[in-house]
Design a protein around this ligand. Sequence first.
Ligand code: SAH
Length: 439
Amino acid sequence: VLWVGIGCERGSPQALIEYALEQVFRKNHLALGAIAGIATLDLKADEVGLIELCQAQNWPLQCFPAEQLKDIAVPNPSEVVAAAVGTGSVAEAAAILAASIPARAAKGPLNPSILGDFETAQRSQASPELQNSELRTPQHWGAGGPQDIPQESTTSLRVQKQIIRHPDYPGAVTVAIAQAETEYTGRTGELLLVGTGPGSLDQITPAAKAAINRADVVIGYTLYVDLIRSLLRPGQIIEALPITQERQRAERATTLANWGLTVAVISSGDCGIYGMGGLVLEVLKTQNWDGKTPAVQIFPGISALQSAASRVGAPLMHDFCAISLSDLLTPWEVIQKRLIAAAQADFTVALYNPKSKTRTEQIQFAQQTFLQHRQPDTPVALAHSLYRPDEQIVLTTLGDMLNHPIDMLTTVLIGNQSSLTHAGWFITPRGYLGFKQLE
Ligand code: SAH
């Protein structure tokens, strides 16, 4: 969590920088093992002693341009340094800046708007223009967005700048230390958007299983986490959240991925079909995601409409569509419009979220709409809890469908005008053998 800001005279050797760190850390009762990395001015990016030290210790070296460092309020600015390099502070400003920026954002655009305790005090004495510029809202904030990291006082300078020399070495080193809110992982996070299929473990793709297995964190709705529990391994962070907290789930996932973890977000069926996939991408978009960091990989799953089809025959052999009857996120007028269009256009239709305890009228409207364009004997499949222990499949007709149980764990398949049943199987002809004679 400690970012060490370093300024030094040109040619200061690695041994002198090491000596300076040891001195400053010991004097301030800090552990060298807590060093996240070194921060400095970009002019120092080729400073041999600094580079050798970072390589030896495997520390990141973050270099900031003077234009960014000069905007950071520090306790000990120097006019001499300002005249030489264009910023009155290198060590203190670089330490504060590095500590205020989460690991993943550090590579991208920076924004020096997160300031420490003592600067809050300083800022109140500063000119109004300076106050405004310092209070800018972070635009390129990485780890989970600004909601995770309050704008005030999250970064504090633990040690103000110290100048260290040693009689045996040439040069001089300035050291300042700031503490970050978040531990530096040094990793690029990953978001694995995983579809776990309808329920049973043998309906998950091997790629999806491997993704779940290698994740540091698995996030999903409690029921789905329970369904794949045997794939989890010790040491993984499991965050099972109640249904209806989809947004929180997605934000939590991006926060952890921005921090450098590999996060699997699981949805039943396919994660991009009424699943978490799109929501996670939307949340990333609100964070000005660059499309690469965190890395996103998507693992498709068998969606409920495919599972349902597999249990009753080949109802989706011709053009089909899916319509969710849930009006929680979609206005009912829009759903109605789509039902009418699908019925008119003779699509075979898969209805998701057909009916809940309190929402019972939508499925009646759907039936009435389809009856206006299809015969009452059109095949309909009601597929409940597919590939789960309580699976139940009813093959019925459009006219009779509402006389059977339908709930939120049911997917409803309504055939098109050519669909037929034979010996208990639901078939929608593609046309190879000709279509059913239409009345
Ligand atoms: N991402 C999921 C859909 C989630 S929306 C997928 O691709 O399948 C939730 C709706 O999906 C449920 O209301 C139900 O209509 C359907 N569904 C999901 N899993 C199901 C299962 N195992 N059996 C029957 N229907 C299911």
